[in-house]
Design a protein. Structure first.
Length: 353
C-alpha cells in the first residue's frame, strides 16, 4: 500500500499546478474525496497483461517489489523497489508538460551496515517515467523493473552509496487479493484493485560502499490502483507480506482508525497454492516492541501475528529497527524475520505515524 499526496510537492517542484492541498487527517491525503476519478467497484474482472500497465482515470497506483535476500556468508539483506503514479486530474496520458501524471520512485537497501534510501520524482508526458504492460517495463530515470512478461523481470536501482541489480522469476500464478482483486480498506466503500506475485525466486547482486555481494532469495510484487483507498478518519496502515519456510505466503494489513477498531484483512496462500481470503476477527495483530527512529518517532518493530484459522501464531521482528524512509512523504519499510509456529522472512510497512 502506498502514497498519493506526492502530487502537492511534486507539482510544485516540477511544473506548478493548482491541485488542492490534501487533508492531513488520513495518510498522504489518501482519504480525500475523489469524485472526479473512476471509482473502485466489486465484480470488475482483472485482465492480464493489460492490468500490469497504468490505469487512466484512477487517481493513484503503484508497482511495488520487496525482496528478502541472503549473501554467500548467510547474511540477510532486504531490497525495496517502488514506482508510484499520481494523477492531478482524470484523463489519459498526454505528451509534454500538460500530462496529468506525476511519478515518484523509492529504492531502499537494508542489510549489514543499516538502511539506505533513494528517491526520484518525475512528470509524465516527457519520457522520464512510465509503465508499459507488454513487454512489461516500469521505469523512472535509470531505475527499471522490466522483462518479457511480469513473471520474468530484471530489477535495478541505485542511491547514494548503494545499488542493486536483480533477476526475478516465477512459474506460479498471480494472487488476486480480497474478492477476485477487489480489496476493501474501510468497510465504508473505500477499496482498491489489488493483486500480487509472491512467488519470485531472486538472484543477482547488491552493492554497498563500493563492495558487491552476490545474493539469492525471494521477492513479492504488489500492484494496486484506486481513487480513494482510505476513509477520512483513517490515519494509516500496518502491512505485512510473509514468506514462510513451508512454502505458505501471507499478506495482512490493518488500517488504523482515528477512533475505533482498525480495519483488518489479508490473504493466506497455503503450501499447495490454495488461496483463502481473511477478514476482521480472523486476523490478530499485536505490537510488542518499539524502536525510536532518528527523527524521534517511536514505531512498533516487533509484532505478534495470529491467524487462528490456519494455526498460525508468530512473532514478526524487523531486521533493522531504524528503517524509516525520510522521503518527502515519509513512512517505515523494512525486512522482517518470522519465528514461532512458523519460520520465515518478509516485509513490514507502516504509514501515518
Amino acid at each position: 500500500m502506498k502514497v498519493e499526496a506526492l502530487c502537492l510537492l511534486a507539482c510544485l517542484l516540477l511544473a506548478g499546478c493548482d491541485a488542492p492541498v490534501p487533508p492531513a487527517k488520513s495518510f498522504a491525503g489518501l482519504g480525500s474525496e475523489a469524485a472526479a476519478f473512476k471509482p473502485v467497484t466489486p465484480g470488475v474482472p482483472l485482465v492480464f497483461p493489460r492490468d500490469h500497465g497504468a490505469h487512466d482515470g484512477y487517481r493513484i497506483e503503484w508497482w511495488y517489489v520487496t525482496a528478502n535476500l541472503q549473501d554467500a556468508q548467510g547474511r540477510d539483506w532486504g531490497v525495496q523497489w517502488t514506482l508510484f503514479r499520481s494523477a492531478l486530474r482524470p484523463g489519459p496520458e498526454t505528451l509534454g508538460w500538460n500530462s496529468p501524471n506525476l511519478w515518484m520512485g523509492h529504492a531502499a537497501l537494508t542489510g549489514p551496515g543499516g538502511h539506505q534510501v533513494g528517491e526520484r520524482l518525475a512528470r509524465g508526458g516527457i519520457g522520464q517515467a512510465g509503465v508499459e504492460a507488454q513487454p512489461f517495463r516500469a521505469w523512472i530515470d535509470d531505475w527499471a523493473l522490466q522483462g518479457d512478461d511480469i513473471d520474468h523481470l530484471r530489477m535495478a536501482a541505485n542511491g547514494q552509496g548503494f545499488r542493486y541489480d536483480l533477476t526475478l522469476s516465477s512459474d506460479k500464478p498471480l494472487v488476486l487479493q480480497g474478492v477476485q482483486g477487489y480489496s476493501e480498506k474501510s468497510g465504508k466503500g473505500q477499496a482498491s484493485y489489488y493483486y500480487s506475485q509472491p512467488f519470485y525466486r531472486v538472484s543477482g547482486e547488491v552493492e554497498r560502499g563500493g563492495q558487491r555481494f552476490p545474493v539469492t532469495g525471494q521477492a513479492w510484487l504488489d500492484r494496486e490502483w484506486s481513487s480513494q483507498p482510505l476513509a477520512a478518519g483513517q490515519s494509516g496502515w500496518d502491512w505485512f507480506s510473509l514468506h514462510l519456510a513451508n512454502g505458505a505466503k501471507l499478506m495482512l494489513f490493518q488500517v488504523r482508525e482515528d477512533q475505533g477498531t482498525p480495519y483488518r484483512a489479508g490473504t493466506w496462500v497455503d503450501p499447495q497454492g490454495q488461496v483463502r481470503a481473511l477478514q476482521g476477527a480472523e486476523v490478530e495483530l499485536t505490537p510488542l516492541a518499539w524502536t525510536r527512529q532518528d527523527n524521534g518517532k517511536q514505531l512498533p518493530t516487533r509484532w505478534r501475528v495470529q491467524v487462528p484459522a490456519v494455526q498460525l501464531d508468530v512473532q514478526v521482528e524487523a531486521l533493522e529497527g531504524k528503517a524509516w524512509l525520510g522521503t518527502r512523504f515519509p513512512y517505515w519499510e523494512g525486512p522482517v524475520r518470522v519465528t514461532g509456529s512458523g519460520q520465515g522472512r518478509g516485509y513490514l510497512e507502516m504509514t501515518g505515524y
